[in-house]
Structure formats: structure tokens, C-alpha cells
Design a protein around this ligand. Structure first.
Ligand code: SF4
Length: 502
């Protein structure tokens, strides 16, 4: 990969010289760059690539200090990385691939994600669910929104939210709607249908997150299949284990054979999808736990048998594990990776997320609080009662103290008949102080990238040279790029510290 990457960077250097060339003929006299200068550049850019791969959130100023490249030189290096497909693949195949995916979605493609928590109940009691409390006798209790006084979002209010989303879309953003929990969204199929219909009318994609147990009802299947993506939570292929993960020993008789019921539901869903909406993707959302990691391969087999499209394997973001458990889990993941790469799995996309455990990179020593307003410019969670939270945890049921107290502590405002989504975004009623250590990994990545971009902008690096904004490949700030032919990338060694600054 290293050689291929350097080769690709070299090609980009040559292409950039050509792209910049027309401006030279407008009066600036270029000095053709020498081969050895180009080689020195490639080495420097390669070292920048490696720094970003390991620390994707690092600011340009810090990279400049570590590499000796000045601001304009770093702009050229960043542009080469941005334009090089091999560099981008290098990032996306690294341990930090989740970070690069977050950046790609939210920053490069300007995705605005709005997440509706519509469910106020759930038939399941999953072990890993933040809404489930386990008492000292092992009995599981669901925390609900019951203690929260308020009116659920009305159809009129939902209509208004979508007209605000049109305004956000018209400003050049892509919109993604997610219907999720909170609690199980299929328990409120009426609201789910209104949201899916409104989104479809505007050509907005909808991802539905569900445990699938209520798909026994054909009406609910029909509603769900109008979405673009139905993601079913399933973490094992073993009936007994499914019971252990999803229910306590006092199982509701309706769900005594819950996994068999779920499999039947999925078979029907896949069959009906082929007739109703072949574009709808159906997949599993699988949390890898100490309890289920040995079942991953059989879960993939089940997914293949059921004819679904993908499996997303994720960690339980809220837990830490000892080294032995962690290694055992990593081995199981590797085995599953090997199986998934077999040609018999070519119709099943298996995605292994990168930041696998809570004690991984993105939780280490990040002091401070998150800027709730900046964060809500990318993603917003709306509770069944209209409270808007910039973070996932802030939209969960509030009858018990959570990480940082109750739901209203996270809310930036409430959407209701008198106040729209845009009113809340423009005039938040409070700025919740959310500890960075309490964010989920994707929210922390969002925060780190917001900070990185702001630092670079303040330092004087335009967004068009961000190493991650591949859609801006053709946008070359020429004042920066005249340096291509005149600059030695190793100024500290060869120019005795005469570093050029803009
Ligand atoms: S299905 Fe979802 S909401 Fe219900 S208990 Fe499990 S994780 Fe929680």
C-alpha cells in the first residue's frame, strides 16, 4: 500500500501542476519543479498522510509543527491527499475508518441528519440497552417516557418540521431522516408512517431502526417497507441466547420463541420488499458482546439464508472489557471477517466498525464540553414530545437520572405548535453543557472534526484544501498553489529555518 500511495501522490502532484499551469500563462513565470524536489514532496506528504491516519482530528497547525511544512506547503500537501483516491482508501481501511466515514458524510457531503425517536414502549428488555435497568435480582425494567408531561408531536407539527427541512435542503445540504429509539418505533406505527410519507414526498431517505418483533403485523411491514433502509437489531442466531440478551427470565408468553418469530417476520419482510419496494435495504444491526461474540459466524450464515442485504457489526459503546475478553472478542471478529470475505457472501455486505470498544482511541483524555449548537448543525435528535437534543443520549426516556441528569438538561428547545424546528435551531432556549467524555463515539468524532475545521480556518487554511473534502478536488486556491514550483518541502533542513508564511 505504501508504494501505491506514494505513486498515486506523485501522479496527483503532476496533475496539479498541469491544473495550475493555465494561470502561469496569465503573467506569472513558473519555475519548473525538479524531480528531486517532487520526490522530497512525496515523502513529506506521505508523512502527513500517516499523521492524519493515526490522528485524523489533528489540526493543520500541529501537523505543521510536527512536519516542518509551513502553511502554504501544508495546503499543497493536503490538496494532494484530498485528490488522491489511494490516500482516501488508506484512511478508510485504517482503524479510524469510522472517523473518516463521519467526516465524509457530515462534512464532505454536507449531510444533515434528523433522528426521530417515536417509540414510547418496547416489547424487549435488551441487556445492553441504556433504557433497561437490571435490579439486584437480575430482573430487567424498562425506563419509559411516562413521567414526562407533554403532548406528542402532532401531524401538523411534523408537517412543519418537514417544511423546515426543505429550507435546510435548499441551502445545499443533503438530508437523512432516521426513525429510531428511544424505544421501539414500531410501537408508534402511525407517527412512523407520517414521517416516512412526508420524507418520501421530498425525496429524503429514511432509515428505520427496529427490533423487528412487531413485524408480525402486515400493516407495520407495509409502512416500514416504504423506507429506504430497515435496520433490525439482532445480535445472535441462537434462540436461547436471544432470550438471554433480549429478555429476562420472565418472558412475555407472546415472545417465548422470539427468535423464531423474528426470523419468520424477516422472511415475510424480504419477500414483500421484492414486490413493494425493491430499493429498500434490509439489514442487521449487531452489537458484539462478550455473550455473543462466538455466534458471529452463525449470525452471518443466518443473514445470508434470510436474504437480507447487510450486517453492521458494532461494539457496545457503553462498556469496557478486560484484556482477555477483549482479545477473545477481537479474535471472533477476525474470524467473522474471514468468513464474510468468502465468495458465497458476495450478496451480503458486512461492515465492521472501526472504534470497537469504549477504551479505544476516541475516549482517551478529551477534557471539556461539546458545543451543543455547532453539534446540532449536523445532527439533531427529536423525542416523541418534541424536545431537541444535539446528542443521542439526551433523547432517551427521562424518568431516571441519566449520564448528566434528565432529558430537559440536554434539550436546546422544544418543537410544538408554536415553535418550529428552525425556531429551535436559531433561538435555542439553553445551551446544554455536555461533557465530551459522555458523548457516543460518533458524536465525539463530529465534535473533533468541527474543532479541527475551525482551527484550520482560523489559522488560514481554506476549506477547499481540507484533506477530507474530496468533492472539492477541482477547487484550487491559486495563491496557495503557486508554491508548487518554488518551494522546498524541507525548509528546516535546506533553508536553515527560512520558513515562508502567508
Ligand atoms: S429493542 Fe431497543 S429499545 Fe427495546 S430494549 Fe432492546 S435496545 Fe432497548
Amino acid at each position: 500500500m505504501e508504494q501505491a500511495l506514494k505513486q498515486d501522490l506523485y501522479q496527483e502532484f503532476i496533475k496539479m501542476e498541469k491544473d495550475v499551469h493555465p494561470i502561469w500563462s496569465l503573467g506569472v513565470n513558473p519555475i519548473p519543479s525538479k524531480t528531486e524536489l517532487k520526490q522530497a514532496w512525496i515523502e513529506k506528504v506521505f508523512s502527513v498522510c500517516n499523521l492524519l491516519k493515526r490522528h485524523p482530528y489533528m489540526s493543520g497547525r500541529s501537523i505543521s509543527e510536527k512536519t516542518g511544512l509551513n502553511k502554504r506547503q501544508l495546503a499543497v500537501a493536503y490538496k494532494m491527499i484530498q485528490r488522491s483516491n489511494v490516500s482516501q482508501d488508506y484512511f478508510k481501511s485504517s482503524k479510524n475508518r469510522d472517523y473518516f466515514n463521519v467526516v465524509n458524510h457530515y462534512f464532505n457531503y454536507q449531510l444533515y441528519t434528523i433522528v426521530f425517536f417515536v417509540g414510547t414502549n418496547c416489547p424487549s428488555r435488551c441487556l445492553y440497552c441504556p433504557n433497561v435497568k437490571v435490579d439486584k435480582n437480575g430482573r430487567r425494567r424498562l425506563i419509559t417516557y411516562n413521567s414526562l408531561k407533554g403532548k406528542k408531536l402532532s401531524e401538523k407539527t411534523l408537517n412543519r418540521i418537514f417544511s423546515d427541512l426543505t429550507e435546510i435542503k435548499d441551502k445545499g445540504n443533503n438530508i437523512l431522516v432516521k426513525i429510531s429509539g428511544g424505544l421501539e418505533p414500531l410501537t408508534n406505527a402511525k407517527t412512523m408512517k407520517i414521517i416516512i410519507d412526508l420524507a418520501s414526498q421530498l425525496g429524503i431517505r429514511v432509515k428505520l431502526f427496529t427490533n423487528g418483533l412487531l413485524f408480525k403485523d402486515s400493516g407495520k411491514r407495509n409502512i416500514a417497507l416504504a423506507a429506504s433502509d430497515v435496520r433490525i437489531s439482532l445480535s445472535t442466531s441462537d434462540e436461547k441466547q436471544y432470550q438471554n440478551i433480549c429478555f429476562s427470565d420472565r418472558v412475555n408468553p407472546k415472545f417465548k420463541h422470539a427468535l423464531s418469530l423474528l426470523k419468520e417476520n424477516i422472511k415475510k419482510l424480504v419477500r414483500e420488499r421484492n414486490d413493494l419496494n425493491p430499493k429498500c435495504q434490509i439489514g442487521f444491526n449487531t452489537i458484539v458482546l462478550p455473550e455473543n461474540h462466538l455466534q458471529l459466524v452463525s449470525l452471518l450464515e443466518l443473514a445470508r439464508e434470510l436474504g437480507i442485504d447487510y450486517v453492521d457489526l458494532k461494539p457496545d459503546y457503553f462498556s469496557n472489557y478486560d484484556t482477555v475478553t477483549r482479545i477473545a472478542m477481537e479474535n471472533s471478529i477476525q474470524k467473522a471477517q474471514m468468513v464474510a470475505s468468502h465468495e458465497s457472501y458476495q450478496n451480503l455486505y458486512v461492515n465492521f466498525t472501526g472504534s470497537l470498544f469504549r477504551n479505544d482511541l476516541f475516549w482517551q483524555s478529551w477534557p471539556g464540553i461539546c458545543d451543543a449548537i455547532r453539534q446540532s448543525e449536523f445532527k439533531l435528535f427529536i423525542t416523541p414530545f418534541g424536545h431537541c437534543s444535539p446528542v443521542h443520549y439526551g433523547a432517551f426516556p427521562s424518568s431516571e437520572a441519566s449520564f448528566q441528569g434528565k432529558l430537559p438538561n440536554y434539550s436546546i428547545g422544544e418543537i410544538n405548535d408554536a415553535q418550529s424546528l428552525l425556531d429551535v435551531l436559531r433561538h435555542p432556549f439553553q445551551l446544554p453543557k455536555i461533557d465530551l467524555k459522555k458523548l457516543n463515539p460518533f458524536e465525539l468524532m463530529l465534535h473533533l472534526e468541527i474543532t479541527r475545521e475551525e482551527d484550520d480556518k482560523a489559522w488560514g487554511l481554506p476549506i477547499s484544501v481540507s484533506p477530507y473534502h474530496t468533492r472539492l478536488r477541482k477547487d484550487i486556491p491559486l495563491d496557495f498553489f503557486l508554491i508548487l514550483t518554488e518551494s522546498d518541502p524541507c525548509p528546516q533542513e535546506s533553508a536553515r529555518g527560512k520558513r515562508e508564511e502567508v
